[in-house]
Design a protein around this ligand. Structure first.
Ligand SMILES: [Zn+2]
Length: 112
């Protein structure tokens, strides 16, 4: 993935992942926020200026607890999850058709 993104001029600082099983009850498996806090500590991330982007509502659940914005992309699982929005307490801040649109939204908000 890093090589493919590099071809487009995108660099990835780090990739975090949980290597536990759901039954392990760790604090890093989404929707827990342990990995996000690790990133914040290591990269001094301003959560108020950050976005979580995903195609599953469960991916985005930590966003509001972290003080960040949640963007649901309507690709992959996002098609199914966008239909579940009205049945959920959690609502993403934005829904966009794909990652490119998410990028455009973030850049436009950063410019203001
Ligand atoms: Zn974990």
């Amino acid at each position: 993935m890093g090589r493919e993104l590099a071809k487009e001029g995108v660099s990835v600082e780090a990739i975090y992942y949980c290597h536990h099983r759901p039954e392990d009850g760790c604090d890093c498996c989404k929707p827990a926020s342990g990995l996000f806090w690790q990133e914040v500590k290591e990269y001094h991330i301003d959560l108020g200026c950050s976005y979580l982007v995903g195609d599953k509502l469960s991916d985005l659940l930590p966003a509001h607890a972290l003080g960040s914005k949640a963007i649901l992309v309507i690709t992959g699982h996002g098609i199914e999850h966008s239909r579940l929005i009205n049945e959920q307490d959690f609502k993403p801040d934005h829904m966009v058709p794909d990652l490119y649109a998410a990028t455009q939204l973030i850049v436009s908000h950063s410019a203001t």
